[in-house]
Design a protein. Structure first.
Length: 197
């Protein structure tokens, strides 16, 4: 008896789904044969929203493709780009021997101290880890997270090919890439745009 009810309920549900699909298809006018005018074009469709994957739980911000990377900090800790999802981020790409990077360091340090709602991430490359650590000590920027990217994987991921470069990434994953040196005023201008709603 219960099998008969389950089968009947399943058949009724399938019939409703088929009817709904058929109605939707009949109610949406399509272009006439041979009609290539703009009025015959379909309205734009929003991209599908994927269910949360292993890197995203329900209620968490979606992870932009640019943040799907792993790296190591200068102090040897594992770092996941996904941890920055949903936040405004200022990436600063630098090299230890770069005079432009050295001139940007005081502005970056001051801005990071003032802008608590922005995640600052230094991405060091193009030299040895010892030279990177010496640069951080010399510039007093040790309060920032700095990634040791000697192989250039994060540089490549974010499309950076020169130093000093900043990538300002909004919580939705949209980003602006700007070559330095920026100095305090220009850096502040970009940070204001980054956090603007």
């Amino acid at each position: 008896m219960s099998t008969r009810r389950t089968t009947a309920a399943t058949m009724a549900m399938l019939a409703l789904l088929a009817a709904a699909c058929g109605t939707a298809a009949r109610d949406e006018p399509g272009p006439a044969a041979g009609d290539t005018s703009a009025s015959a074009a379909s309205p734009p469709v929003s991209p599908p929203v994927s269910p949360p994957g292993p890197e995203q739980s329900a209620g968490e911000a979606p992870v932009p493709a640019a943040l799907r990377f792993t790296a190591q900090t200068l102090d040897g800790k594992a770092f996941r780009g996904e941890s920055l999802a949903g936040r405004p981020v200022a990436f600063w790409f630098w090299a230890p021997w770069c005079p432009k990077c050295l001139s940007d360091a005081p502005a970056v340090k001051a801005a990071a101290a003032r802008q608590g709602d922005v995640a600052f991430v230094g991405v060091a490359g193009l030299d040895t880890q010892a030279a990177m650590q010496a640069f951080v000590q010399r510039t007093g920027t040790g309060d920032l997270v700095h990634l040791a990217d000697a192989e250039g994987a994060v540089w490549t991921k974010l499309g950076v090919s020169e130093q000093s470069t900043f990538v300002f990434m909004k919580p939705d994953g949209s980003a602006e890439k700007v070559s330095g040196p920026l100095g305090r005023d220009k850096l502040e201008e970009h940070l204001r745009a980054l956090v603007a709603r």
